[in-house]
Design a binder for this molecule. Structure first.
Ligand code: RB5
Length: 153
């Protein structure tokens, strides 16, 4: 199985269903399977619950990457980064998405639905998926974040 055949897991709170749906549709149109862990509607929910579900899927290998959305992206990224082994980056554009893959080997992308427009978010997602980890000097630093880190296949 190719790495791209492992799904990308998505999760959001009540601020994020529309952006999550747009990201999901773009992923599927580009041939990336997805695992949508909710939420799906406007009822108020707690963002840590969705960060926890997506991070569990990344950590146990059901998902290759995670994508999280809340209003600002802040709460849900804080929640994700409480999981050892998760390196979640809150980004606001494609440059941040590219650099966090290259430098941090980020495995979860966080976006703020009230901060970042859909086209910019889609560009960020595409950059995140297209950029490999840079290796070299960055490996030592990533190991200081995640001691049992190893390069992904
Ligand atoms: C929900 O209203 C909002 O607090 C949440 O989406 C997020 O922005 C928290 O960081």
């Amino acid at each position: 199985m190719r790495p791209e055949d492992t799904p990308v897991a998505l999760g959001c709170d009540h601020a994020g269903p529309a952006l999550k749906q747009a990201l999901r549709e773009a992923l599927e149109a580009a041939g990336h399977p997805t695992l949508d862990m909710g939420t799906h509607g406007p009822e108020s929910v707690d963002y840590p619950d969705f960060a926890n579900a997506v991070c569990a899927a990344v950590l146990d290998g059901r998902a290759r990457f995670g994508v999280l959305v809340c209003g600002t992206g802040i709460g849900i990224s804080i929640a994700a980064n409480r999981h050892p082994g998760i390196r979640c980056a809150l980004v606001h554009d494609a440059t941040g998405a590219r650099l966090t893959r290259e430098h941090n080997d980020a495995n979860v992308l966080a976006l703020g639905a009230r901060m970042t427009g859909v086209e910019v978010a889609l560009d960020a997602l595409r950059a995140f998926l297209a950029t490999p980890f840079g290796g070299g000097r960055h490996e030592r630093r990533v190991r200081k974040l995640t001691p049992d880190w190893s390069p992904r296949p």
